[in-house]
Ligand binder design. Sequence first.
Ligand SMILES: [Zn+2]
Length: 397
Amino acid sequence: MRSFHLRTSAMFDGRSATGPTVVTVTDGVISAVQHDLGKLPDDGVPVLDFGVDAFLMPGLIDPHVHLAFDAGTDVVASLSGADDATLVQRMRAAARRALAAGITTVRDLGDRNFLASAVTTGPVPATDLPEILFAGPPITTSGGHCFFLGGIAEGPEELRAAVRERHRRGCHVVKVMDSGGTMTAGTDPEVKQYSRSDLAVIVEEAHALGLPVAVHAHGTDAIADAVAVGADSVEHASFFEAGEVRAPEDLLNAIADSSTVVSITLGTVPGGPTSQLPAFVLDRLDAMFAVYRSLHARGARLTIGSDAGINALKPHDVLPYGVQALSSRGFDTREALAAATSVAATVCGVGHRKGAIVPGADADLLVVRKNPLDDLARLRQVLAVFRAGVRVPDAVP
Ligand SMILES: [Zn+2]
């Protein structure tokens, strides 16, 4: 049995903050959480003391990444030019970069040839990587968004078969492209790719197999369909319609009443080539956040995913910038941290063991230099990262 105590002056447990804390880790799992101890436990177990300012929190969870995209200036060409072995190596490096920044779980929402599975089953110890949940190639239409990843399926029979294949291959989620996207020429983010009944077939088959469904939906009608058929998350949720942002009241209420989580796409490194963000997206951000605040006020569940990898503004450790961006847009810092920990864990189906510092949870932990609730830029001041109780050696200093 391998145990240690970890002492910090304050902690965020996934929902709220507390003062001085001693967390005990045993065999990769949190075995005890104690507060306000006058002195350290005198039980001979090693103590890691990070000093008076250090702040402990659950490792960050990014529910929307693409390990196979290299965050360069032409990610599609770069992916197409790489064979599978090369791609797996790149994906592993991308995953390690995320882990070093304290992102201890990533959910890959679109790879090629189910290669995320190869990343997790390779020769690298599990504690050298974040926990990787994956969708495999996104289900899409012929010529549809990200068709080049290989997930083309159309019509009820092919769609059911595609879902069953993902289940057979160990996927943790089914990803479906129900609108076009900005990176695929010939597709339109406002235009739906599947009928509502086709989408319902995917959700029905996936849920029967115990798999959640994440629906890529920029367009307002695609979002409405995803909610109507009981999708587990709407990715991007841009509410694009007729050249602007449109979110009818009845749709906002339907989202709030549903179990569908809205996954806002956030996080870009400052100072990068801004030409990589389409002008029409930048122009609409204010309107989109007015919608997100309205959803939040109605009680809808919101999380953030970075879409890491898809362009040069989104390296695989970009999520902390997304947390900061959420708070700069009218969410308080505690809500922003929860979005990237406890809420994200629930979205990813691992809420019973991730995203919270409670006995029984995986010891996926992030220690930062000072309290990030006062300034979320401090999320990037990493002191230590633990993955299943093992300290990550190359955490960002
Ligand atoms: Zn994506």
